[in-house]
Design a protein around this ligand. Sequence first.
Ligand code: 5GP
Length: 197
Amino acid sequence: MNFLEERIQRDGIVKEGNVLKVDTFLNHQMDIRLFRQMGEEWKRRFEGVYVNKILTIEASGIGIACIASEYFDAPVVFAKKSQSINIDGGMYVAEVESFTHKCRNQVIVSKKFLGPDDHVLIIDDFLANGCALQGLISIVSQAGAVLEGIGIAIEKGFQPGGRTIRNLGYRLESLAIVESMDAATGKICFRDQSQPV
Ligand code: 5GP
């Protein structure tokens, strides 16, 4: 098991409805030492890939993306979940359905911060059905930027997002892939990423 899998195994809580709670270290209280290990690992996996912008989505992607940005030496742009009157000069818009909150949001990014010269790494905390990611991919494509890769902390491999995104040909690096989890027993199984798929 890698460092993130070990932490999920130790502190993650499996809830009914396919929800994995990791708020003691990832998306409420945040373990920055762990975030540094994650940033380092993404940097290792994307070695030699030119990245000049990191794109994430509010709120829980922001902390992870900020620490990762230190390893890529690139600024972070986050997609905002609500319409903002403070954005001038136009914006990219995508529709995103929230897995945890079961509602639809528009996410927006100002055109000032993403354009055709950008080589983007998308970073997010979870990948479930892939809606959040599809929204971010749409924004990168609207900007005419190059999507160099996607770094996810926890992919739930039993939900379709990861397969869909890989089938579309994107380079997706999930640090931990949960293959199965059981709310009754609390048991969590991870995909062995040392074997080629
Ligand atoms: P997707 O759009 O891939 O279905 O879901 C991605 C988003 O939903 C993530 O950014 C994350 O905020 C949230 N999410 C999905 N599954 C889980 C989960 O099991 N636990 C937590 N804490 N958040 C999740």
